[in-house]
Design a protein around this ligand. Structure first.
Ligand SMILES: [Fe+2]
Ligand SMILES: [Fe+2]
Length: 487
């Protein structure tokens, strides 16, 4: 475990010099300590030295170093190791929220989003030599440069007077208009406001604009994801249980539990993840009360905790909230707390939405998927029947909720927990009540199924769910099995 810490940090882009490496490894929990320090650094240095560490932690002889400020205790609520250390939470808002719901707060949030995604774009070979917008607009360069590369956040996408689209792009140095002529192959791209993209284009000195030739998204490198490892465990995904609704599929759920009880030891099933909409909630959509079997939120969670208790204790269960659950609706959402948390026993791990966690060293990004509602409406070619397509769009943009101001409320946290800042081995979502499996550049994609049949609301919108499927992924070879409980 200790030897893996340096590799793990390097994989996240953090390199320690030899002195800092020795110091970090001497701490009782090196990984958590290092991540705690890095999260507190104002700048992310390329090589972390003792000088950087001293700014964010207190070093006393013969004692573990402590993080500075009262945040030292805060951090204990961040990354945690559970059980035998096989589950490590890498990123989760729970206990870490420092959002500031003001104009300044949103400005800070978007700056963090920009810096994170810009960092990913700068690592791309095709954007080596990119310049800032103020330099791209320099009069001397505009006259002579044949092509410039810039990275910026899209402010607005509008129609150009000359036809095609015009993007207003911004970075920390200035703003520029990028033209996408209607005959360009880029004209078919769905470029979203607040997306962070790279553009290679030709400067037009007359009106200080750029004509785009190439659009580059941060994306996931080819060949990412799971290489074979000597692991035999299996992880299962099942979403959108919607306990409390009269459309909850009790018979199929019970058959699934019977399967888990009988087969888990044979197939090595040791982990189960429920990525949100655990209960149906109250007042989530118009006239919901007419379809509720349990109209008290505590009764709904109590019923859920009883259902979960039927799962054998040796299976670790990870439970996250979704848009029907009783936590703040703004994302990132923290884990269930207080009375709700007390209902679950110690084999259940309550995490926020989204969360990054590692299971036996495999990195899993689990997000409920509320932002599908915005993506389906804004990205050409997407539909609710194809949630996997929307997941690929998230990975290309390296963001779980690229659209702000639509149907996905976002909390202005100082750090953007919705940025896909590490490439996961497995990316799982729920929300659309579909069931999909695919892969993208090596990342396993799972849209976990639901345990609710068609609601009146879905019938009105002509949506047919694909319920009662348990998705199983082998952690050693990445193979996926879908067990169907509909028959
Ligand atoms: Fe749902
Ligand atoms: Fe949902």
């Amino acid at each position: 475990m200790r030897e893996n810490v340096i590799d793990e940090l390097a994989r996240d882009g953090y390199i320690l010099d030899p002195e800092a490496e020795r110091f970090v490894l001497a701490q009782s929990n090196p990984f958590n300590f290092a991540r705690g320090c890095i999260d507190r650094m104002e700048e992310r240095p390329l090589v972390i030295t003792m000088g950087h560490l001293r700014k964010v932690c207190i070093i006393e002889p013969d004692r573990d170093a402590r993080l500075t400020e009262e945040a030292a205790t805060d951090y204990d609520m961040g990354p945690k190791e559970y059980a035998n250390g096989d589950i490590v939470v890498l990123s989760d808002i729970t206990g870490m929220s420092d959002c500031n719901a003001s104009v300044e707060g949103f400005a800070t949030y978007f700056q963090d989003r920009f810096q994170t995604l810009k960092g990913l774009l700068q690592r791309r070979r095709d954007l080596v030599g990119s310049t800032t917008i103020d330099r791209a607009l320099d009069s001397n360069r505009l006259m002579v440069e044949k092509s410039v590369k810039i990275i910026g956040m899209v402010n607005e996408v509008k129609d150009c007077r000359s036809g095609g689209d015009c993007l207003d792009k911004e970075d920390e140095t200035g703003k520029i208009t990028v033209m996408i002529p209607k005959e360009s192959r880029l004209a078919n791209e769905s470029i979203l406001p607040d997306e962070v993209i790279g553009i290679i284009g030709k400067p037009i000195s007359r009106d200080k604009k750029l004509r785009a030739d190439t659009l580059i998204r941060p994306d996931v490198p080819h060949g990412s994801g799971m290489e074979r490892r000597d692991l035999s465990s299996v992880i299962g995904f099942m979403s959108d249980v919607h306990v409390g609704s009269n459309t909850f599929l009790r018979r199929q759920w019970e058959e699934m539990i019977d399967y888990v009880r009988q087969e888990a030891p044979n197939i090595g099933l040791e982990y189960l993840v429920i990525p949100g909409d655990c209960v149906d909630g109250i007042g989530v959509y118009p006239n919901q009360e007419e379809e509720l079997e349990l109209d008290d939120i505590f009764d709904q969670y109590h019923a859920l905790s009883e259902l979960v208790k039927d799962i054998p204790d040796y299976i670790h269960i990870i439970v996250q909230p979704g848009n029907h659950d009783a936590v703040r609706p703004a994302e990132p959402q923290p884990a269930f707390s207080g009375e709700l948390a007390k209902m679950f026993d110690s084999s259940t791990i309550l995490l926020g939405n989204p969360s990054y966690f590692q299971v036996e060293g495999r990195t899993i990004l689990s997000y409920h998927g509320k932002s599908f509602d915005d993506l389906m409406a804004s990205v050409k070619g997407l539909s609710y029947a194809n949630p996997i397509g929307a997941m690929k769009e998230m990975l290309k943009r390296r963001h779980l909720a690229p659209i702000y101001g639509g149907r996905t409320p976002l909390a202005p946290e100082k750090k953007d927990f919705l940025a896909i800042d590490q490439v996961p081995d497995i990316f799982v979502t729920g929300h659309v009540h579909g069931a999909g499996v695919d892969h993208y550049n090596g990342v396993r994609l799972i849209n976990a199924s639901t345990w609710q049949s068609q609601t009146t609301f879905q019938k009105m919108h002509n949506f047919n769910p694909d319920p009662a499927k348990l998705m199983l992924v082998h952690l050693g070879n990445g193979l996926v099995q879908v067990v169907d409980f509909n028959s």
